[in-house]
Design a protein around this ligand. Sequence first.
Ligand code: PMT
Length: 402
Amino acid sequence: MLASKRIILGVTGGIAVYKAVDLASRLKKEGAEVRVIMTEAAAAFVQPLTFRAISGNPVHLHRFEEPRVWNVEHIGLAENADLIIVAPATANILACMALGRAPDLLSTVLLAARGPILVAPAMNTAMYMHPATQEHLALLRARGVAVAGPEEGDLACGSAGAGRMSEPADIVAAARSLLERGGRLAGRRALVTAGGTRERIDPVRYIGNFSSGKMGYAVAGALAAAGAAVTLVSAPAALSVPPGVRRVEVESALQMREAVLADFAGSDIVVMAAAVADYRPVEPAAQKIKKQGGDITLTLTENPDILAELGRRKQNRVLVAFAAETERGRERAEAKLRRKNADFIVLNDVTRPGAGFGTDTNIVAFLYPEGQAREFPLMSKQEVAERITEEIIRLFYKGERK
Ligand code: PMT
């Protein structure tokens, strides 16, 4: 998988730099063409000459150095890489990446990069656990950056805890799987829905729900990172569009249905993560409804079930449903799975802390038509999205869809 891949290894300053030497050597042995960029701090730990000898290529240290091969300036480096690995990744480089800061060559290359990026954090536990570092990592994950480790164990500073850089063999394995995933859905088209629809009552009010769109956006990002061309049909959500994803903005269930049907014919994969209103006001008032004293009655009519409609026309597409349940989750989700003819349904019991609407995490189970179930522990929505993507890839290549 790594043979003749052009990999940039970004090395930042920390005691784990010595492990990056082993990592460079392993990447080289796998047949990759390795270019090393070191920060000044990294060069204080290990001489650039070491990486030059191992990689067989000059080491890049400064932004304004003379161009060498592959149009070597920051844009050239970024554009030509199949993968960028940052190992060890300090709290400082993670902050630069999260905030889009580019004070040196490595951060400039990372800002210009459009391909996959893998970071292997390494730092003191307090720095790793600091809310700033955790928020930066969450932001990077949400943008599709893969994160390997860190591990728990004894640290160079004398303390013990989370913050030790992953072993080079594990980073190589993560790089392999990232590049493999990067190609598995290439040439496939995916359609994802996200967010909660809004059903107008009058020009200023609507019936809505607590969906933030985070789950659906994470799925769209993970599918795009796996190489699919993704259309994200999104109900209102205060989220940025994941890299490589085309967003179509809608408001109501009827608009979502229209946008989904417009793209469905050309799609190989459909993931319905949106919380679609089952009912809408029969006739939204043309003007703002005035307070008249006493109760008022709102008559609702049923919205079309978009997923059930797709299920009837599914053919050999992979169709993934979601079920947000508050009681008898498994029984209800299984009934939905059958009714909607999906390949699997992602059940989230939204009463569990850390699961469901608005959170950055979720607790899900995949349920299948044959009755099997796979249960997962609390994970970030990014990780859930990656599991869903892996499962889609498995189903896609299982049978006639090859
Ligand atoms: O957006 P977040 O804040 O991250 O929250 C994520 C989530 C909880 C919204 C998400 O994980 C989730 O569970 N989405 C589905 C929510 C839902 O409303 O499920 P449901 O059980 O009502 O619907 C079942 C399936 O049918 C869903 O795939 C839904 O998109 C689809 N559906 C429902 C009604 C309808 N009229 N048309 C549909 O297509």
